[in-house]
Design a binder for this molecule. Structure first.
Ligand SMILES: [Cu+2]
Length: 357
């Protein structure tokens, strides 16, 4: 449902860009507006958003963000399922007959370095580099008969994940309303064939190819697009963003295309800080393609057990410092419909620092 919306908005935006020059007429008024918004903690959206704002000619910004996601529950569709349910499910790779290794917990830590620069009032360039650290704890069950727990083990991977570069095109900026489109490209530099030690259902430790979700990247190229609207009225600001990541080319496999809608509101607490509330809807496709070396008797080795529809609710705060600003946002899912069995997020948070100059 989100897919056609993104395309319609991008189509509309592409011929609206030409109207940007008309807005030069009341440039003075804009300058005043901009000045006001620059001095409010809600000049940046909730920290978990990307490309939520554009800049004026000559302005630059750098940012560093840290993001954490924690998972500890398996789902099949929107139902929570237990280890016992999972080890009854067939193992698509054949041997043993049923799934025998079950993910218990996963932690993902990401560091994102971003920069923005506006060569003109109508275009802002934006680049980002992301580093990932993933850790997963799993339980191994006996493959047949009474299916006792054989033991637990952990896998871990880390490294440079993606680099992306985008252009933000201002479509409209007047009376506190702003509309802009984003077009960009993302290069996935992460390793897609990492191995790790696993406790097999035979009770031995073997080196295996880590499942898709534990790989740092997929070595794909993807197109990024988004359209963002914000409106400020007094102490309040509201915003909406439609966004997509579509695969262009991949190695053996790639993480699925994704569509996202964000709706948020912010309110000044005082002249230095503002709180935010955000709803995030995600529609993510399953893993596309496969690597035949990824074939452990675990749900994550099946490309179909990825993606789904997720709605998260986030609460955040932005605070202006004497130089730059910081943002903090924490979120929890309010609805999960996961292609599964798959682990769902329990909670996530993001913290970041912005410095404009
Ligand atoms: Cu910026």
């Amino acid at each position: 449902m989100i897919k056609p919306l993104v395309f319609i908005f991008l189509l509309v935006s592409s011929f609206n860009i030409s109207s940007a020059s008309m807005q030069d007429m009341d440039h003075n008024m804009h300058h005043k507006m901009h000045h006001e918004s620059m001095h409010s903690a809600k000049m940046h959206g909730p920290i978990g958003l990307m490309g939520d704002h554009f800049h004026k000619k000559g302005e630059s910004m750098v940012s560093i963000r840290y993001m954490k996601m924690s998972m500890n529950q398996n789902y099949l569709g929107s139902s929570k399922i237990s280890d016992l349910d999972i080890i009854q499910l067939p193992n698509p790779s054949g041997m043993p007959k049923n799934l025998s290794v079950v993910p218990q917990e996963m932690e993902m830590d990401m560091v994102m370095l971003g920069s923005m620069y506006a060569p003109s009032d109508s275009i802002t360039l934006m680049g980002m580099t992301m580093f990932n650290l993933k850790e997963m704890d799993l339980k191994t069950y006996q493959p047949m008969m009474n299916r006792n727990v054989l033991g637990q083990f952990s896998t871990r991977s880390s490294g440079l994940s993606t680099i992306n570069i985008s252009a933000l095109f201002k479509i409209y900026d007047s009376n506190g309303s702003k509309l802009h489109a984003q077009l960009g490209i993302q290069k996935d530099m992460g390793k897609n064939d990492l191995q790790g030690q696993a406790l097999t259902p035979m009770g031995t430790y073997n080196s295996i190819f880590l499942p898709y979700g534990m790989q740092i990247g997929d070595k794909s190229n993807a197109a990024l697009s988004a359209i963002t609207y914000t409106k400020t009225f007094g102490l309040w600001k509201i915003g909406g963003q439609l966004k997509s990541k579509l695969n262009i080319e991949s190695d053996l496999w790639n993480f699925g295309d994704s569509y996202e809608v964000n709706l948020w509101t912010q309110r000044d607490i005082n002249n230095k800080s503002a709180w935010s509330l955000r709803l995030k809807f995600q529609d993510i496709q399953s893993v596309d393609g496969f690597n035949q070396n990824i074939n452990a008797p675990v749900q994550t080795a099946n490309p179909l057990n990825y993606g789904g529809q997720i709605i998260d609710l986030g609460v955040g705060i932005n605070i202006m410092l004497s130089r730059g600003s910081i943002g903090l946002e924490a979120y929890r899912p309010i609805s999960n419909d996961l292609n599964g069995p798959q682990m769902g997020m329990n909670w996530g948070m993001q913290a970041g620092y912005h410095l404009s100059f």
